[in-house]
Design a binder for this molecule. Sequence first.
Ligand code: R1P
Length: 331
Amino acid sequence: MKEVLLDANFPRDATGATYHVGTRPGQVANRIITVGDQLRARRIAAHFDGGAASFEFQSQRSFLTLTGTFKGVPLTVVSVGMGFSVIDFFLRECRAVVEGEMIIVRLGSCGSIDPSIPIGSVVVPLTSYGITREYDYFHPLTTAEERATGAMEPYKVTKPLDCDREIHDSLLRALEESTPEAAKAHFGGVAPRSVGEVVNGSTDSFYSSQGRTSIDFLDANANLIDVLRQRHSISTLEMETFVLNHLALSANLASANRASESGAVVADEALTTNDSRRIRTGAVQMIFANRHTSAFITPEEVHLLEDWAGKAVCESLASLEIPLEHTHKDG
Ligand code: R1P
């Protein structure tokens, strides 16, 4: 960031560019695909009209924004990196530069802890849980009794939170309509499969809270995968979708409160609000790893899944209506 920043509460420069993502009004579309990986972002943008983005910005903090059109509809891909905190930067700063309703779809990779969902599958989660390390479980002042009785457990699991049902259904339909039959040679003779209504867990670590064991750290996670399967029916683990759903809920609550005279709107009402700054979310996740068999996808298979899922997400987003949509201008 070379420019002078103007507001310590929400830092922006004189052109309106945000502090970390670095984009300003006119550069980000209402329909956004967010990914963790810059190569994946560029593969998706290759489906844009003309085969490339018409606007590109790489921020000093490694957020890459690519904006163009798909079948004439403005679309943006933002590569954000990994984890809860980058979703917070991404969503708050994109919200600040976009007028009107936003639709945001995460196209990510994930691991499967469900034996019925092998690598090469592409899943559309409906529900996500947040799974975080309980830092105090490891604290020297926590007693052995608290640990032994289960008064304190090493990992916390939130209540489940759904994405937008219409977006879920649209994403699943777009994937099903474009299943790459020709790719079956790469997936043991079976064409990769899409699966809807999947229950996902988003974790605050790739390692401890996903049940990967270590001799270098005390993580108390040897039975975590079994707990997540048995108590919560979780099938997939990744690191962002729950936070995306949570922040969309938080934005919709704020919108509903602005519209309400009493200012006391509850979550159920926020989900049905039709406020012009509503945020709707969805996710598509490619299964790269199988935690039962330890299988990992090959780079060639990654490319095939990213092409299939990337195009399907563009098709889905371009087909979804946004009420009172503002005209997008590159700038
Ligand atoms: C970990 O390797 C990363 O891969 C998954 C996880 O959510 C985490 O961000 O998603 P992406 O491939 O989209 O980054």
